[in-house]
Design a binder for this molecule. Structure first.
Ligand code: OFO
Length: 159
């Protein structure tokens, strides 16, 4: 059985994952409007992935005898600027999520809940990958220059 405190912390993370999903979906709409279909596709996939994280966390809570909640999701930003700025924001956001997950591990550790710590380590590792992926996209965008963006966009369409 999961403690009340940990249940609340995981439910807060579920809210954060759903907010992330909305953030990436909004970015996807923005890039589609700008005519960058590859980036729009990549971001829509990322939005789906974030929603899956929320659902997986909810199922974990339920498995442990807890209660999963969908709370109110705050509105996400609407405007983004250049191609590079969109992905710089993705990278920054993933770093922020990594911090949230780290804090969640700390809560599980304070509650001496080994199973939840083990469950959360998967997310800690995944965040390393997500930060690296976003950072490498930013890097490629910077190197590509304006004309190279068409190549980057074609690559992102393959996700
Ligand atoms: Fe939910 O994995 Fe990144 O943010």
């Amino acid at each position: 059985m999961i403690t009340e405190n940990l249940q609340k912390a995981i439910n807060d993370q579920i809210t954060a994952e759903l907010w992330s999903s909305n953030l990436y979906l909004q970015m996807s709409f923005y890039m589609a409007k700008e005519g960058w279909d590859g980036a729009a596709h990549w971001l829509a996939k990322q939005a789906e992935e974030e929603k899956e994280h929320a659902v997986d966390m909810a199922h974990y809570l339920i498995k442990r005898g807890g209660e999963a909640k969908v709370s109110m999701i705050d509105v996400v930003p609407q405007g983004w600027g250049s191609y590079a700025e969109v992905f710089e924001h993705v990278y920054k956001h993933e770093c922020h999520v990594s911090e949230l997950i780290d804090k969640l591990v700390d809560v599980a550790s304070a509650e001496k809940d080994k199973a939840t710590q083990d469950f959360l380590w998967g997310y800690v590792r995944e965040q390393v990958e997500e930060e690296a992926t976003a950072s490498s996209i930013v890097d490629k965008i910077r190197k590509a220059g304006e004309h190279g963006l068409f190549y980057i966009d074609a690559e992102l369409a393959k996700r």
